[in-house]
Design a protein around this ligand. Structure first.
Ligand SMILES: [Zn+2]
Length: 166
């Protein structure tokens, strides 16, 4: 039987950002507030190319993904909503992005409302959702969608998220 999820074409956009996070629920060294030079790659696929020969308008995809990251995550601290550092950092004017955000969250934080902590896996899911919203607004091939997001926090730690069909 043919694999219906197999994609015919794909384009990839890469970006990097600097951000701190910590994972107090896990124990070990990740309890400490620490930073990474995060590297991300967003892949958009489509079964067939558009009439113009594209999966999606490349420049607009790149601009959209990079702008979202630069606005919300670059030089930010990624924290779980339950982390007591949230209030402290916000009071000092620091950029904070909360995972597991409550009702008073902004639109960007609502993207990660059901992911309680900023693990590399959760960062990949939030980025996939944000990128999906961007792709939905762009001209491109019919059925173009985010098929894969890769997030690297260190040379040895990479998470891959492949959103399901829906
Ligand atoms: Zn880390």
């Amino acid at each position: 039987m043919e694999n219906v999820t197999r994609m015919g074409h794909a384009v990839c956009v890469k970006h990097t950002f600097e951000a701190a996070h910590r994972l107090p629920h896990l124990g070990g060294k990740c309890v400490n507030l620490h930073g990474h030079s995060w590297e991300v790659e967003v892949t958009v696929g489509a079964p067939r190319l558009s009439e113009g020969g594209t999966v999606v308008e490349f420049g607009a995809l790149k601009q959209g993904v990079r702008r979202w990251i630069d606005l919300y995550w670059d030089h930010a601290t990624l924290l779980g909503q339950a982390d007591p550092l949230v209030g402290l950092l916000r009071e000092t004017g620091s950029r904070v992005y909360r995972f597991g955000a409550p009702g008073d969250a902004t639109g960007a934080e609502l993207v990660g409302h059901d992911l309680l902590w900023p693990t590399v896996e959760s960062v990949a899911v939030v980025l996939a959702r944000a990128a999906t919203a961007i792709v939905d607004e762009l001209p491109g091939a019919q059925g173009a969608r985010v098929t894969r997001v890769e997030v690297r926090e260190t040379r040895s730690n990479t998470a891959v998220h492949e959103p399901e069909w829906f």
